[in-house]
Design a protein around this ligand. Structure first.
Ligand code: 6PG
Length: 265
């Protein structure tokens, strides 16, 4: 049990489904996420001269972005050596408030000294989502030089919806079973919207895969994802099993409220 200012209040092992660090509240979760981001990208740049990062969408990472855009991270993180991609995107213009990349750029990346050519939003200006997915995968292969193997991200940030989806891998969609393509465009009936998403193989190739999950609304599904039976069609977050990297869950106490039941704790 750690009682440090920004450390977890407890940690829970979920076996091959990862290690869970529980933080007191959303602010402590955001601080832990910012610290993990800085540590992972700095280690990657030290080791390989570059950090390949896949950001997630949704609202949970926003406070992390605000913290990273402020000191000490603004001057501590090797921003110009990070290649930014997004693990998923909505089929909307960058200017939209629904755009994962657009929101991240306006609330976070525009405030730090990144290398603009290393910001890689999905090409949502193209006429067709399937084409955009292919172009994005090609861009990824070009940047990494990995032409026939699955590109390895140094950091894959993920969120989880209260339906158990992650990235834009939604329950009941064929994308859940994609094993060949790196990036998929698909219509999500539940949302009546087109989404673009990294496939499970690309997500799982990550060296450091970090979920950020907060709020009481996710407590039940988090318990089921981490400690329930395998039901990947219903709970696509269960698809995330690193092929060689590490999987961590940074969660707040509200989201972790039902984990004790599951672990008998
Ligand atoms: C998206 C995300 C999605 C998100 C979860 C959690 O495009 O919406 O990539 O997978 O991470 O839905 O979203 P919140 O952080 O808003 O709960």
């Amino acid at each position: 049990m750690s009682t440090g200012d920004h450390g977890p209040i407890t940690t829970i092992s979920a076996g091959e489904r990862g290690e869970v660090s529980v933080f007191a509240d959303s602010e402590a979760l955001a601080r832990a996420a910012a610290a993990a981001f800085a540590e992972i990208v700095s280690q990657a740049v030290d080791a390989r001269g570059l950090a390949l990062v896949a950001l997630s969408g949704g609202t949970t990472p926003r406070r992390m972005g605000e913290l990273l855009a402020a000191e000490p991270y603004r001057s501590k993180v090797p921003w110009a050596s990070i290649e930014f991609f997004w693990g998923d995107e909505r089929w909307v213009p960058l200017e939209s408030d629904e755009s994962n990349a657009g929101v991240a750029m306006r609330t976070f990346l525009d405030e730090v000294p990144v290398e603009p050519s290393r910001i890689n939003p999905f090409p949502v200006e193209l006429s067709d989502a399937a084409l955009a997915a292919d172009v994005y995968a090609t861009r990824l292969r070009t940047v990494t030089g990995e032409t026939d193997t699955v590109p390895v991200f140094d950091l894959v940030l993920l969120g989880m919806g209260d339906d158990g989806h992650t990235a834009s891998l939604f329950p009941g969609t064929k994308a859940v079973h994609e094993t060949e393509a790196l990036v998929v465009a698909h219509h999500v009936a539940k949302l009546d919207a087109t989404r673009l998403t990294f496939s499970p193989p690309l997500l799982n190739a990550g060296r450091e895969i970090v979920f950020l999950v907060g709020g009481a609304a996710k407590a039940g599904v988090l318990r089921d994802v981490l400690f329930g039976p395998d039901r990947v069609d219903d709970l696509p977050s269960q698809l995330i099993r690193p092929t060689g990297g590490r999987l961590r869950w940074l969660v707040d106490a509200a989201a972790a409220a039902q984990l004790g039941d599951a672990t008998g704790g």
